[in-house]
Design a protein around this ligand. Structure first.
Ligand SMILES: N[C@@H](CCC(=O)N[C@@H](CS)C(=O)NCC(=O)O)C(=O)O
Length: 234
């Protein structure tokens, strides 16, 4: 019987199935990367909802797993050497799960680094820039009189969409024929930009037909549909 009691997070979110991978998350663009990956690979997992309206991410139990107080985070009871592995940062989790399952990452060395390169492009570029655009366009930053910060993030988001558009020219997915963790990292953020942030018009999304086409194919995948709703908001 797997014992995860050494992890304080299990006091607040008890593991009903400690032998399964434990996911602590909320269906945000960073959170769903991991639930989509888990659904795509078919790894059994137990989802736990981390609520922001009650600041669950700031509790000592959650921060014992991620001192950076952000979802998603996991514990894999069957990590390297058969020992439990705690992990945070969605990009690191995607790479870990791809390596663990041998799925959604090329198996040759060059292809593997190419996939990691595009995951990093999302982690360092698309995620932070689209996130700032959301703040200045839809949330508290909307009230700021000075529109220069908003304009800066709009311009940077358009530039990044342009990079993605060019990459997808003549390619079905970011790596070509092979759907990968690079797509799982990226498309939840594009979806969020157009949907929740309501910034499609602002970034002139119609100018990026390859991005729109790949996004449509992404959201039509059954595993993506399931992952977008996990953990259930309850
Ligand atoms: N680089 C991190 C970013 C994670 C992140 O920003 N998570 C947000 C939700 S999308 C969060 O937990 N925010 C809660 C907070 O900042 O208190 C990752 O990719 O895992």
């Amino acid at each position: 019987m797997t014992d995860l009691s050494a992890f304080p997070i299990t006091k607040k979110w008890p593991a009903a199935h400690p032998e399964r991978l434990q996911l602590y998350s909320l269906p945000t663009p960073n959170g769903v990367k991991v639930s989509i990956m888990l659904e795509e690979t078919g790894l059994p997992y137990e989802p736990h909802l981390v609520r922001f309206d009650t600041n669950d991410q700031l509790t000592p139990e959650f921060m014992s797993l991620n001192p950076n107080n952000k979802i998603p985070a996991i514990i894999d009871p069957n990590g390297p050497d058969g020992k439990p592995l705690p992990l945070f940062e969605s990009g690191a989790i995607l790479i870990y799960l791809a390596d663990k399952t041998g799925q959604l990452i090329p198996q040759d060395a060059a292809g593997r680094y190419e996939a990691i390169q595009w995951v990093m492009f999302q982690m360092g570029g698309i995620g932070p820039m689209f996130g700032q655009l959301g703040f200045f366009h839809k949330f508290a930053g909307k009230e700021y009189e000075d529109k220069r910060p908003r304009d800066r993030y709009v311009a940077e988001s358009k530039r990044l969409l342009g990079v993605l558009e060019q990459r997808l020219e003549g390619r079905e997915w970011i790596l070509g024929d092979q759907y990968s963790i690079a797509d799982i990292a990226t498309f939840p953020w594009v979806r969020n930009l157009i949907g929740f942030y309501e910034a499609g018009e602002l970034v002139a999304i119609q100018d990026f037909p390859n991005v729109q086409r790949a996004l449509a194919a992404f959201v039509a995948r059954p595993a993506v549909v399931r992952g977008l709703d996990s953990p259930k908001r309850g």
